[in-house]
Design a protein around this ligand. Structure first.
Ligand code: ADP
Ligand code: ZN
Ligand code: MG
Length: 478
């Protein structure tokens, strides 16, 4: 029997507001522990929450960018659970009436567009952070940092429309790109600005009903999300094939071992006893508020992709890759401003630069080469100053040293030999040292051109102008 996977993602996104969702405390990351706190976010008795308008604006903006219906009325609810990092004993969230519903994201799977439904987006406050003693030199103690309590989050819940780890990764990348374009979050996964839980089940192909799902937590990169999902799908299929049953549970991803581990079963799940928060009136938005935010929406990835195809005459694939993240698109636009050869620049970004970005797992601007330097390398090649091969060496050297390409070429004496008299001497020398090949070439074995070009490149350490070499070999051997 063959199985298919069913996956739905719950993504928490920290909103890039200056202050918290229900008080005026700063949201700054990395502050001294417990310095960004006040009676409201510490959950003191008698305090009242006041909703931050920016949080509503940002979430509405996200809802519009994700094709959601924006509810004119939404309600904050208390989600009750006991946890040391939750001083009030409840988290303010939204439950029955969230601010956004019924949206979608379009992802690209093997060249085909696929729509992934978004069930809902709601606003909520973050909890604090427990730091266990072994990390602070006292294994017997636990510490609590409440700077994060009350930091605004939106939770974006997808429909169970995803079918593989790869689709989940595509969905997350597209979601992140859109959120970056609309500038409502820095989407920094390491700092926890974007966190993802994955719900996964499997079913025999052809079966309509969903199987029992498990929820995976603790994946802090897109690669890990994909790996965790792929592992979990295999695990579930094996359990079923071995005659077992999937139990509904929460599992943790262990990135070092590459496996998921049971954390708590359904029986241990919390009963959150949600009820509308009596301290907060229902949130009512008027049409003007929503329309004014709609007007602030910037160009989004899919639209920018079409623009790249039209304005820069890029192939669809290039345009898709380059708009898949706001920083890629910005980088490309900047590089093209320095040297207007869009397809060549695109090739260099997609082949050389994104390889470095992948290896270093960093932002494109942190890879080690400025857009103007990349443009300079492309220009040097186009102008015939260096060969493509040398261009790649120069690229690596820029990444290593941060030096300007022209400086590297100067220092290392890499300028291409385009002086035909200088080159002619070298070509003659090579021909003289390979008399047999020269004879065969003269007798019509022109495929030996490759041999001569190779020898000459070796002799000049890649600096010979290839076109000139061809001409000279033909001239001297005809
Ligand atoms: P819960 O009540 O357990 O929180 P929800 O119905 O709210 O479950 O769904 C939470 C997430 O799980 C959503 O992203 C949804 O798409 C996904 N989901 C729901 N049922 C399944 C299933 N059987 N298999 C995989 N994902 C599912
Ligand atoms: Zn506060
Ligand atoms: Mg739910």
């Amino acid at each position: 029997m063959d199985f298919e996977a069913v996956i739905g993602l719950e993504v928490h996104v920290q909103l890039a507001t200056e202050s918290k969702i229900f008080c005026g405390c700063s949201t700054k990351f990395g502050s001294q522990p417990n310095s960004n706190v006040c009676p409201v976010c510490l959950g003191m008795p008698g305090v009242l929450p006041v909703l931050n308008k920016k949080v509503v604006e940002y979430t509405t903006k996200a809802g519009l960018a994700l094709n959601c219906k924006i509810n004119r009325k939404s309600v904050f609810a208390r989600k009750n659970y006991f946890y040391p990092d939750l001083p009030k004993g409840y988290q303010i969230s939204q439950y029955e009436l969230p601010i956004c519903e019924h949206g979608y994201i379009e992802i690209n799977i093997d060249g085909n567009a696929k729509r992934i439904g978004i069930t809902r987006i709601h606003m909520e406050e973050d909890a604090g952070k427990s730091i266990h003693g072994e990390n602070l030199g006292d294994p017997s103690a636990s510490f609590i940092d409440l700077n994060r309590t009350g930091v605004p989050l939106m939770e974006i819940v997808s429909e169970p429309d995803l079918r593989s780890g790869e689709e989940a990764k595509e969905y997350l990348q597209k979601l992140k790109a859109i959120l970056e374009y609309i500038e409502v979050s820095d989407c920094n996964m390491e700092e926890g600005s974007l966190r993802c839980d994955a719900n996964i089940s499997v079913r025999p192909i052809g079966q309509k009903e969903f199987g029992t799902k498990t929820e995976i937590k603790n994946m802090n990169s897109f690669k890990n999300v994909q790996k965790a999902i792929e592992y979990e799908i295999k695990r579930q299929i094996k359990v079923i094939k071995d005659g077992g049953k999937i139990v509904q549970e929460t599992r943790l991803w262990d990135p070092d071992k590459g496996i998921t581990i049971s954390m708590r079963s359904k029986e241990e799940a919390h009963d959150y006893r949600y009820f509308p928060d009596p301290d907060l009136v229902p949130l009512k938005l008027d049409e003007d508020f929503i329309e004014n935010i709609r007007k602030t929406l910037p160009i989004l990835p899919d639209e920018l992709k079409e623009k790249f195809i039209k304005e820069y005459e890029l192939p669809e694939y290039d345009a898709m890759v380059l708009t898949s993240s706001k920083s890629y698109a910005d980088y490309f636009i900047e590089a093209v401003k320095h040297f207007n050869s869009p397809k060549k620049i695109s090739n260099w970004i997609m082949s050389e630069l994104l390889r470095v970005v992948n290896d270093k797992d960093c932002d494109i601007y942190e890879a080690g080469i400025l857009p103007e330097y990349l443009a300079e390398i492309v220009k040097l090649i186009e102008d015939g100053k260096i060969s493509g091969k040398i261009g790649k060496d120069v690229f690596e050297e820029v990444i290593k040293t941060g030096k300007k390409p022209s400086v590297i070429i100067e220092e290392k004496g890499l300028v291409q030999i385009s002086d035909s008299s200088e080159l002619e001497n070298i070509v003659k020398k090579v021909i003289e040292s390979s008399p047999k090949e020269a004879e065969r070439f003269k007798n019509g074995e022109t495929k030996l051109m490759g041999f001569f070009v190779g020898q000459i490149m070796k002799e000049t350490r890649g600096k010979a102008n290839p076109k000139l070499v061809n001409d000279l070999v033909n001239k001297l051997l005809s």
